[in-house]
Design a protein around this ligand. Structure first.
Ligand SMILES: [Mg+2]
Length: 234
């Protein structure tokens, strides 16, 4: 049995701008901070929890409390709801993502999610995007700040879910530069998700196969067999 593991933001859900705004606004409104640095690649780990820690440490010299983190998550969900009610904009799927997950399961593949988002905000986005995630093994940033650790946790949960010690082949599907680095480090093949300049960047970073979305299912299935561990240096 093969395991196909998906990142969420920008891979299954097309949330980046909406998301980032709600994330930053939630931090500013809940904790009274301003001038949040939104160049996420400059953070050591691109998880919601680590970026919050770093933002609060830079501003106050100490970490946020668990209660503050929970308050930020709740506020972020309220803001996403608010955007929906006022502007009719909600987290959408990357085209074909739901159908792709269902097709993979029908074909006998294991599917799991490994996301740097918090579980609560991730579940809100996956629900909005109508991704059929309820029965999928998943790991979020509560497992670790470190992407490869979130991926390993998702793998362990998928193995347990399917009653297996291991999978014949694991392929990760992601859209971030940090996904390329994580796959190189952990030694898993990667399929990148992106268009135009973003796709070009993923290829430049060493991604062997990049797809714009999941509408060409045959191309995606072929890429699953052919994708390689990202080449090159970090
Ligand atoms: Mg992503």
């Amino acid at each position: 049995m093969n395991l196909v593991m998906f990142d969420m933001d920008g891979t299954l859900t097309d949330t980046f701008a909406l998301d980032e705004n709600c994330y930053v606004l939630a931090i500013e409104q809940t904790l009274g901070l301003t001038a949040v640095v939104t160049e996420w690649e400059t953070y050591t780990h691109a998880s919601s929890s680590f970026c919050l820690e770093e933002i609060v440490r830079r501003a106050r010299g100490q970490s946020p409390t668990a209660a503050e983190s929970r308050a930020v998550q709740s506020r972020m969900i309220e803001l996403m709801e608010d955007v929906y009610h006022r502007h009719g904009r909600a987290t959408a799927e990357i085209a074909g993502a739901s159908a792709c997950i269902e097709a993979l399961q029908r074909a006998g593949h294991a599917v799991s999610i490994a996301s740097g988002d918090w579980e609560a905000t991730a579940r809100h986005k996956l629900t909005s995007a109508r991704i059929p995630f309820h029965l999928l093994p998943a790991a979020f940033c509560e497992a670790s700040h470190i992407r490869t650790e979130i991926m390993r946790t998702s793998l362990a949960r998928a193995a347990s879910h399917h009653g297996r010690e291991r999978f014949e082949r694991i392929v990760y599907i992601g859209d971030g530069a940090w996904d390329v680095r994580a796959c190189r480090e952990i030694g898993w093949p990667l399929i990148g998700v992106g268009r135009d300049a973003h796709a070009h960047r993923l290829r430049t970073l060493g991604t062997s196969h990049v797809i714009p979305d999941f509408t060409e299912l045959d191309a995606f299935i072929a890429a699953l067999d052919q994708a390689r561990v990202p080449a090159g240096q970090g």
